[in-house]
Design a protein around this ligand. Structure first.
Ligand code: FES
Ligand SMILES: [Fe+2]
Length: 401
């Protein structure tokens, strides 16, 4: 199935191409003011961590990072250690990575392949399904009911070649309800068959300062004038399309340049899927071509303090690069690391420092920055919602395709 066979994707692309042909552009109604303290106040930060990162489903990892039976991955989400496993049945499971004896992490390697997990402290052993298989020196330890001492399981689901999960074992929001149908569009990438090429981690400012930078193209020709836009080809406009809080950004000038003069039968997937795909609250997926077709998936997670975040940049390629493509692929991704670290996050850390010192009451998002406007409004709505209110919030979400 081609990307254009998805009716939502086709509508979005025709929309930008038509605007380009008519020389028109869509703006949102008003300028939005956001209190500067949203980026600096520790109380606000705690609410966001508790009500967004420790509650909602998040895109945790691409499926191709743990493609084989027995593969596992450990990570922390807002301080909560988790363990993702792919069982011998091929199913992904998620657990709190905390031994039920005294709580240390049962798995410590970032990724690996294991039939069972032996806790490094006293040697209790757990299966890929989280069950407690054996208590070390069990006769000495005393009788326990092993069936009650499994690792704590967490909600998880694989959709569109991506693994979604929540660190809240009692999550009341269904993962599909959270996705608002957006995963059907992401299916067009076919990520489940892609190759996990490499990853790295960058320190950034408050997670929303960092994420704002993935939600507009306004800054591209300015901040990135010597790097991403060295050719002068990038415009500063984006059209925003939303499935609940998840947004796809399309550059209308690029759509015009690459698609405008071609019949739709020649609109290939790599051209149609360009632009930025975000998954609320902290994922951006953008296409590149270096050593073959690839995407950079950026995953932003809050740090321990309001002014700190950590971004994991993951490089996925449609096909594993051949020996002579590999250098070009490394070069492409090294370039993107430099752009984000030395331009986006360097600027964001300065912005953080200024706001921390009370330089502004509000920051502004223009009529051309509808993506970040929608993101801040969703953030406010979600932190105001109780657990019971969450399903209705997502069920009633607008689809602005
Ligand atoms: S804490 Fe895991 S075996 Fe003791
Ligand atoms: Fe940027």
């Amino acid at each position: 199935m081609t990307a254009m066979e998805n009716p939502d994707i086709a509508r979005v692309m025709r929309h930008s191409v038509q605007h380009a042909r008519d020389n028109t552009y869509e703006l949102v109604d008003d300028i939005l003011k956001v209190p500067a303290t949203n980026y600096t106040d520790p109380g606000r930060f705690k609410l966001e961590v508790d009500r967004i990162f420790r509650r909602l489903p998040l895109m945790l990892a691409p499926s191709c990072e743990i493609p084989n039976p027995g593969d596992f991955k450990t990570m922390e989400v807002a301080g909560v250690p988790i363990l993702l496993t792919r069982g011998s049945d091929g199913k992904v499971r998620s657990f709190i990575n905390s031994c039920t004896h005294r709580g240390t992490n049962v798995a410590t390697a970032p990724t690996g392949n294991a039939k069972r997990f032996t806790c490094p402290y006293h040697g209790w052993t757990f299966g890929q399904d989280g069950s407690l298989l054996a208590v070390a020196a069990s006769a000495d330890f005393g009788a326990v009911d092993k069936s009650c001492l499994s690792l704590k399981a967490l909600p998880v689901a694989e959709r569109a070649g991506l693994i979604f999960g929540s660190v809240d074992p009692n999550l009341k929001l269904d993962i599909d309800a959270f996705l608002c149908g957006y995963d059907a569009l992401l299916e067009a990438f076919n990520f489940k068959d892609w190759h996990f090429f490499s990853s790295r981690i960058l320190r950034g400012p408050n997670w929303k300062i960092a994420y704002d930078g993935y939600l507009d193209f306004y800054h591209l020709p300015v901040l990135h004038k010597d790097t991403l836009n060295a050719t002068g080809m990038l415009g500063n406009r984006a059209h925003y399309h939303a499935w609940g809080p998840h947004q796809r950004l399309v550059a209308p000038d690029r759509a015009a340049r690459e698609l405008g003069d071609k019949p739709e039968s020649e609109w290939t997937d790599d051209l149609v899927l360009n632009g930025v795909w975000t998954i609320f609250p902290c994922i951006s997926i953008a296409s590149f071509n270096g050593g073959g077709r690839g995407v950079m998936i950026s995953q932003l997670l809050p740090g321990d303090k309001v002014g700190e975040s950590w971004t994991r940049q993951m490089y996925l390629m449609e096909n594993a690069p051949s020996a002579d493509q590999e250098a070009a692929a490394h070069e492409q991704f090294a370039f993107l690391e430099v752009v984000v670290r030395d331009e986006d996050y360097d600027t964001g850390l300065r912005q953080q420092r200024a706001l921390d010192h009370g330089t502004l009451d509000h920051v502004l998002f223009g009529r051309n920055e509808g993506g970040a406007q929608a993101f801040h409004k969703w953030t406010d709505r979600i932190i105001a919602a109780s657990d019971e209110e969450l399903p209705a919030l997502f069920a009633g979400a607008d689809i602005v395709a």
